[in-house]
Design a protein around this ligand. Structure first.
Ligand code: ZN
Ligand code: ZN
Length: 478
């Protein structure tokens, strides 16, 4: 009897002692089948395009803290409800409010002519009537840092960093955006009157690329702007002629108090573990130039449309699907950081996270940062993605995306679906970020990939390793 009881107990409680097979996360075959059907359905689905079209046409640009910020949030709530999400709610996000009214620049000496610029988010304004000062040019930020302060004091610092290349993985964006984010504060520390840089973009259009810059003390902000690539080339040639160069900068912009916006959140409830969820989304804000179609109406649309395809299945996956339209990504990831602060105590409930913020062109690779026991499950997801032309690169990390980087940093397992950005940085943060840049066919491929990843992770037996502080080492190393 004793033996039979022990045997029965062993059958009822398999793996009371950990056994390797049970700690591996696996995705059931039936879910793989459903995900393949979802993938094929997504390739014929136009919900994502309709969302981008509606947001960019009915609202347009969505600068954080502007009137359109509020309008976009109301639009998003109505859209989520109309698309049939089970729950829709918002969570407050506060940030400094930056405004842009006007901007212009010109060469005063030696060859007077106008220059095309765009003020950087976070820039201070110039005195009314503009600021006239001599230019001091540096090839890069390191050269400026090495210069004696007296050579910089009272001048307009110009960093002539090289033009970005059009690359599939956009890897030189980091170098350029680093100059944009850190340069103005470092120039201010040396006593510069203002800061200019070559736009962080790969195009030859006479349009400047805006983007944020950061002053730890906003009271110390100086005027800071980007020159379009052709204008930077022109300034380079003028400087090369060796005569002193004077510019006039007129910026009417600045930080004006604070603003409370919100992350807009919607969820399809899971059938078995509703409190656990796949976290996805994009950012609802955009720069005030363009209509924010590729950055990031497309991301909101791709992830929302993928969730809707799952929500309309006859049977929901085990876990919920949560879409977040993040607030104010552009001036410093405020929405993502607020989400991480509000949800870090339940980070183990996030089965996996993946956000879309790389435009609307096709996804070519997938990578992930998950626990080792979930690698095989990531491989299963990769198999269903392969027919979409997506390769799995197991050597790269996957933080989940810009807004989700803060959530990843507090322990969320992350998946990155990497988009081809060879066209993205031609239009990014310019007047040219408009709907005509969205290719409906490539947009559908994105929806298909997200639908597959979201459905499979939400159906997994076992988890991907989300836990407080789980990926601290991984996030510190890249
Ligand atoms: Zn973005
Ligand atoms: Zn952006």
């Amino acid at each position: 009897m004793k033996h039979r009881a022990a045997l029965l107990l062993a059958l009822l409680l398999p793996c009371a002692v950990p056994c390797a097979a049970e700690t591996e996360t696996r995705i059931p075959a039936v879910a793989i089948e459903t995900a393949s059907e979802l993938r094929d359905r997504a390739l014929k689905d136009d919900v994502a395009y309709d969302i981008v079209e509606s947001l960019t046409t009915e609202i347009g640009s969505r600068l954080a803290g502007s009137e359109n910020d509020l309008k976009a949030r109301e639009w998003m709530i109505a859209k989520f409800k109309a698309l049939g999400f089970d729950k829709v709610w918002s969570e407050p996000v506060s940030f400094p409010k930056w405004v842009r009214r006007s901007e212009s620049a010109a060469v005063v000496e030696p060859y007077p002519q106008p220059l095309t610029i765009s003020a950087l988010g976070g820039s201070a304004g110039t005195p009314a009537g503009g600021l006239v000062a001599e230019v001091i040019a540096f090839p890069d930020l390191e050269a400026m840092k090495a210069a004696a302060d007296y050579t910089v004091r009272g001048k307009i610092v110009y960093i002539a960093n090289p033009r970005m290349h059009a690359l599939r993985d956009g890897h030189d964006y980091g170098a350029g955006s680093g100059v944009r984010v850190q340069g103005p504060e470092q120039a201010e520390a040396k006593g510069a009157a203002a800061f200019l840089l070559r736009s962080v973009g790969s195009d030859g259009n006479r349009l400047a690329h805006t983007g944020m810059t950061r002053f730890s003390n906003p009271d110390k902000a100086i005027p800071a702007a980007a020159l379009s690539n052709p204008d930077a080339d022109q300034l380079d040639r003028i400087i090369k002629r060796g005569k002193p160069v004077k510019l006039r900068l007129s910026l009417d912009c600045g930080t004006e108090g604070s603003y409370t916006g919100a992350n807009i959140i919607a969820e399809f409830t899971g059938s078995q573990r509703p409190r656990e969820y796949f976290l996805t989304g994009g950012h609802l804000d955009s720069w005030d130039v363009g209509t924010g179609a590729i950055d990031d109406a497309a991301g909101v649309a791709i992830t929302t449309a993928a969730a809707v395809l799952i929500g309309r299945l006859p049977e929901r996956p085990a876990r919920s699907i949560r879409v977040v339209a993040f607030a104010n990504e552009e001036s410093g990831l405020y929405g993502g950081k607020a989400y991480a602060a509000q949800h870090h105590l339940e980070i183990d409930k996030v089965i996996l996270g993946a956000e879309s913020d790389g435009g609307a062109d096709r996804i070519y690779a997938m990578s992930a940062t998950v626990k080792p026991e979930a690698r095989a499950a990531i491989g299963q997801i990769a198999e269903v993605l392969r027919p979409l032309g997506i390769d799995y690169d197991a050597t790269l990390p996957g933080s989940g995306g810009s807004d989700l980087s803060a959530v990843h940093a507090v322990g969320m397992a992350g998946l990155s679906l990497r988009q081809d950005t060879s066209r993205y940085f031609e239009w990014h943060h310019t007047d040219n970020d408009t709907l005509d840049k969205v290719d409906p066919e490539q947009l559908r491929q994105n929806v298909a990939a997200y639908a597959v990843a979201m459905y499979l992770a939400a159906s997994a037996e076992g988890d991907f390793g989300s836990a407080p502080g789980a990926f601290e080492k991984a996030t510190a190393s890249h």
